[in-house]
Design a protein around this ligand. Structure first.
Ligand code: CA
Length: 229
């Protein structure tokens, strides 16, 4: 899952990036409001951590603009402003949560998980395709009763494919979502990861779920009924 941190304090931004990356998220950091808003509008994020006092454009204006344009990405304000008025204003403008600095990382993480859990339409806790079941927060994937032993990137890749089950995903889209955006966009990396994932996901089982679409990308879907007919 990809998330955006808009924070001009370098130390805080790096601390957030490190902690969230360790917890399996892919983090983009923007240090000024204008670039932050641009990225928030053009990239699909699971959530945004937003400071209020920022160069170029403040956090209030960023969330106002996002919501005005119909972007419903969950936003958590993370700010030194701790008055009740600020808090209320943040929530009224459409933030999903509001956390005051200094903060405990564990609390931030707990709130992120709550937010990701909240909207079942956007972030189902468990994804299911045929006998494949994936629980994002537990980093757990099983087929039938067998647990799949996946590396972090393989898990993210599987989650991405499963959350778009039946949809063909291009290599470029996959590499953007699963690897860092600055990643040298060598789509070979995607192919290699898919190969590894397939070994664990499909090889031991009679019904194959992960399919290659020649020259385009990959799709995860249950085609077993087609095969029968
Ligand atoms: Ca600031």
């Amino acid at each position: 899952m990809r998330a955006l941190v808009i924070e001009d304090e370098k130390k805080t931004a790096q601390y957030l990036k490190k902690g969230l990356t360790e917890n399996g998220f892919i983090i983009d950091v923007m240090e000024n409001g204008e670039d932050g808003l641009h990225l928030a509008m053009t990239t699909e994020y699971s959530f945004i951590i937003l400071d209020i006092m920022l160069p170029n454009r403040d956090g209030w204006s960023i969330i106002t603009e996002l919501r005005r344009c119909g972007k419903q990405t969950p936003v958590i304000f993370l700010t030194a402003r701790d008055t009740i008025n600020d808090r209320v204003k943040g929530l009224e403008l459409g933030a999903d949560d509001y956390l005051v600095k200094p903060f405990a990382f564990s609390e931030l993480l707990a709130r992120i998980k709550t937010i990701l859990r909240r909207g079942p339409a956007r972030y189902p806790e468990v994804l299911q395709v045929k006998d494949l079941e994936i629980t994002f927060l537990k980093r757990k994937a099983t087929r039938g009763t067998k647990r799949l032993d996946l590396r972090p990137k393989e898990f993210l890749l599987l989650w991405l494919l499963a959350s778009h089950a039946g949809e063909i995903l291009t290599r470029t889209y996959i590499s953007e979502q699963v690897w860092d955006m600055n990643f040298d966009c060598n789509t070979n990396v995607v192919d290699v990861a898919v190969l590894r994932l397939r070994k664990k996901l499909d090889e031991p089982f009679p019904v194959k779920l992960l399919h290659s679409i020649r020259g385009v990308g990959y799709v995860l879907e249950d085609r077993s009924e087609e095969n029968i007919s």
